[in-house]
Design a protein around this ligand. Structure first.
Ligand code: ZN
Ligand code: ZN
Ligand code: ZN
Length: 275
């Protein structure tokens, strides 16, 4: 239930003063002076940043702004590997972090665009198109191509696509969004039919978890379809998140699908992870 009166959901509010960040003259929009962290998407009033005296109030030349050291660290860690294949030695496997850039036309960065298109078709081998009820759009397409929206639920600006390839094929795909140091989500993971049951998803998830741990991300969450819930819990070390644990994630909007079970895994401070 939504409380009556002037009430705004936590992600809409300033992280310093907890008041809303809407434009006073047009409440459908965000106040243009409000800074939004490129990494965690927390919002801050420009005045609140100045008064705190601790935060850098300037956007970088790309228009990006990062709210704290951990966001800065995560973001620069991602930028270092973006688009650069990381070789895994065995079977000529390599994985690459990709992100669609709005300015990219196929001629700007044909390789990224073609890999993202292939990623989408691998996703569609595994998932029926997930239509958003109100708009009828395919959510998987929107996630991979970073459609943004004023609605948190439909804002996919922060997603990255991670692909596992060999010399000839794109094998597995995962979509990743890092909400600052506390939590990252991997809502969609898919492997091409002919590469199933070869441990490819495991290789990709292991690499992803290793990299997230290095970046200082504490937890990984995903919405598990009931048919594969046991695989995530028994083989990949995830646990079903209980309502108390769910409170940890208040203020974060995750991609979720009807009928899925919310699961999480500790990346840092988890003894079994190092075993
Ligand atoms: Zn909101
Ligand atoms: Zn404020
Ligand atoms: Zn941030």
């Amino acid at each position: 239930d939504v409380p009556v009166g002037n009430w705004y959901c936590p992600p809409c509010c300033c992280s310093v003063c907890s008041r809303n960040t809407l434009d006073e003259t047009d409440r459908r929009n965000i106040d243009p002076s409000v800074l939004i962290c490129t990494q965690c998407e927390r919002r801050y009033h420009a005045d609140c940043i100045l008064q705190s005296g601790k935060m850098n109030p300037y956007r970088n030349p790309d228009g990006e702004w990062l709210c704290r050291d951990s966001c800065q660290q995560i973001h620069s860690g991602l930028m270092k590997i973006l688009g650069k294949p990381v070789s895994l030695g065995a079977q000529n496997l390599r994985w690459t972090l990709l992100k669609y850039k709005k300015s990219d036309s196929f001629s700007d960065d044909p390789e990224t665009c073609s890999k993202l298109s292939t990623s989408l078709s691998v996703m569609h081998e595994c998932f029926e198109p997930v239509r958003e009820l109100r708009t009828g759009r395919d959510l998987v397409d929107d996630v991979i191509f970073n459609r943004s929206s004023k609605l948190h639920r439909l804002n996919f600006r922060g997603f990255y696509t991670v692909v596992l390839e060999n010399d000839d094929d794109l094998i597995s795909v995962a979509t990743l969004r890092i909400h600052g140091e506390r939590v990252a989500e991997v809502p969609l993971v898919a492997t091409r039919f002919r590469f199933r049951r070869l441990g490819m998803c495991r290789i990709l998830m292991d690499e992803l978890e290793k990299r997230l741990t290095e970046l200082g991300v504490e937890r990984l969450v995903l919405p598990a379809a009931p048919s594969v819930l046991n695989t995530w819990t028994d083989s990949f070390g995830f646990s079903v998140t209980n309502p108390t644990e769910r409170l940890l994630f208040i203020g974060h909007t995750f991609l979720d699908f009807q009928g899925t079970v919310f699961c999480h895994k500790m990346l840092i401070g988890n003894d079994s992870a190092s075993a």
